[in-house]
Ligand binder design. Sequence first.
Ligand SMILES: NC(=O)c1ccc[n+]([C@@H]2O[C@H](COP(=O)([O-])OP(=O)(O)OC[C@H]3O[C@@H](n4cnc5c(N)ncnc54)[C@H](OP(=O)(O)O)[C@@H]3O)[C@@H](O)[C@H]2O)c1
Length: 305
Amino acid sequence: MTKANLNWVVLGPGAIGGLIASALLEHGQSVSVLPRESGPREINWQVTHKQFKADYSAQVITQPLAGNTVFVIAVKAFDVIQALLRITTLHGFNKTMPIVISHNGMVELPELLKELNLHPLVTTHGAVKSQSENGNFCIEHRGAGRSWLEVGPQGRNQPTDFAPGLVLQQAFPPLTLEQDLSERRWLKFVINCIINPLTAVHECANGELLKENWQTQVYSLVAEAVAVAKSHNVSLTTEECYKEVLLVAKETALNHSSMLQDIQQQRRTEIQQLTGYLINAGKTAGVATPTHQQLFNEFQQRYNG
Ligand SMILES: NC(=O)c1ccc[n+]([C@@H]2O[C@H](COP(=O)([O-])OP(=O)(O)OC[C@H]3O[C@@H](n4cnc5c(N)ncnc54)[C@H](OP(=O)(O)O)[C@@H]3O)[C@@H](O)[C@H]2O)c1
């Protein structure tokens, strides 16, 4: 598989998927999209980065899929299984097709889906999708970040042996190719399990969590989450994660977390795939998570699930 003949199929596309699709188009790649519902044969969208605006369009996928298809799935965690199942039903799909998959939270996949050629992507970019008056949609790229892509066994010798990774590295920089992203995914998961539900329950900006009166709770949340990570053979330390939580809170001090934004816009949240997953993983491994349980209960009481 070479750079020139990849056919990218982006699901949605949503905020992160749309950002990646635009970057691939800018890089001269062939990109088509798989929307949730059938409709027009072409999808148009605009991306704004500070003062700069650009318009993009891509064809809706046609089937059968080309043999050199690479999928990009950036969906909310509660949509991951349906999204994966959906692509397995596409005419021409085969299990060796690479699937770049990006979501917050953790999802336990059925055995059937674990066999797919999945390549997790972690990103710190910030983007918001909205509908424009003409029915097209707009992606506001609010925060430039960086990304990491798991190349897996295909990049065992050289990460750059994994052609889609090489293309993404050039089209969507800065992006680091790593053989195994487990530790990085867990670190991001731990950070999200703290900043998202806390700011949602207390309806505050991320920077609020830097105040002294929060520190006992934040530290306990970190320590419990790290104990669960360790039970999954992920070697994070409480001190390192605590520092990272404070760093993210500082760097995004004025922002509202994605979970608080979801609450404010009456959208479904990823609480089950964050705190819910952590509590269950703790139960299975015999690791107590009372501070997360209390936060989860407060969340449920306030927002009714
Ligand atoms: N946005 C950010 O700044 C950011 C940053 C880092 C991580 N993340 C994480 O990345 C993930 C994606 O976030 P996002 O903000 O990009 O979400 P988003 O804007 O909601 O985008 C998801 C897109 O996927 C579509 N979709 C879901 N299931 C589908 C299916 N079966 N077939 C076709 N399309 C489907 C959605 O359609 P509908 O609109 O119809 O639901 C939506 O267009 C989340 O886990 C989020 O927490 C987001």
